[in-house]
Design a protein around this ligand. Structure first.
Ligand SMILES: [Zn+2]
Ligand SMILES: [Zn+2]
Length: 312
């Protein structure tokens, strides 16, 4: 099969992913023929070495494919132990033994991928393969970040960064009748946010909750300034540059900062249900599998409107 393989992390400008022809994976529980695989900031962090798993590795963890004649989705969460304290209390996203797709095991930048039967999700009807792919991480993480931010219907929400995850999260928040404010540097992303109902001027001291999607620690004090008393700032990324020192009064009055780590299969099921019901509309830019380096570079440069997806 054809696959995009990472042997050694490097800046994506150097095209570290190599198109290879390798045997179809054997020995896993379910063999899935890949139709589409979304690209994610986590893939970029993997390719550039900011997070480390196995090497060589095939990245990609927002996979829509066919197994046993059925369309299935594969998630970032490849497997958990099922027995630890976290697994037994509904927090399998924090499992000590968790293994992740496209990091610890080969992922979906390939024609075939092997997955665990219990970790496949159903994809709602009405979504083309490429449109469904970004739901599988960008959508789920956006949804979990909203939940952990504590945002309630009709409240004021701030989003920092407006890529794949935020363009889905805003649709959920608007469905809940929230007023949504977006801060993003890219003119294209600003335009997209406006089209989806965002206000681009961040208010001071008045957001009930905010989510930072951009991996930029310097946004934390900025976002705290927009947050009202008692508000929560959720950090949605797996990686972030260091957070600058901040005066305590920025945080005081029970403002909270919390990270969002991975997601559970429960989050996935809930998001898929919402996706069909709202219905969510994902905007995608597709690339051929062999152009994965170019796709990740476009992601790094904030040049993708909505979500990037490799079509296999
Ligand atoms: Zn566990
Ligand atoms: Zn992801």
């Amino acid at each position: 099969m054809k696959a995009m393989l990472l042997r050694r992390p490097a800046p994506v400008e150097q095209s570290p992913l190599e198109l290879v022809d390798i045997p179809v994976p054997a020995g896993g529980e379910v063999l899935v023929q890949v139709r589409a695989c979304g690209i994610c900031h986590t893939d970029l962090h993997t390719v550039e070495g900011e997070i480390a798993g196995k090497l060589p590795v095939i990245p990609g963890h927002q996979i829509v494919g066919i197994a046993g004649g059925q369309r299935v989705g594969i998630l970032w969460l490849h497997t958990t132990c099922g027995a630890c304290d976290f697994c037994r209390t509904g927090r399998e996203n924090l499992c000590e033994q968790a293994r992740f797709t496209g990091l610890h095991v080969d992922g979906g930048y390939a024609e075939f991928v092997s997955a665990r039967a219990g970790f496949l999700v159903q994809i709602p009807d009405g979504f083309e393969d490429a449109q469904a792919a970004p739901l599988l991480c960008a959508g789920i993480i956006g949804y979990r970040a909203l939940r952990l931010s504590g945002i309630q219907p009709e409240q004021k929400l701030g989003l920092y960064g407006f890529g794949a995850s935020a363009h889905i999260a805003i649709q959920i928040a608007r469905h809940w009748d929230c007023e949504v404010f977006v801060s993003t540097r890219s003119a294209g992303h600003q335009q997209h946010a406006r089209e989806l109902g965002a206000t681009l001027e961040m208010p001071e001291d008045s957001l009930d909750a905010a989510v930072i999607f951009a991996p930029a620690g310097e946004l934390v004090p900025i976002a705290l300034r927009a947050l009202r008393k008692g508000g929560t700032l959720a950090l949605a990324g797996i990686y972030m540059t260091p957070i600058p020192e901040l005066p305590y009064e920025r945080l005081y009055h029970e403002r909270a900062i919390r990270s969002v780590a991975n997601a559970t299969r429960g989050d996935a099921r809930q998001l898929m249900e919402l996706a069909g019901k709202i219905p969510l509309r994902t905007e995608v830019q597709t690339f051929p599998l062999a152009d994965a380096n170019r796709a990740l570079l476009a992601l790094k440069r904030s040049e993708i409107r909505g979500a990037g997806v490799l079509v296999v």
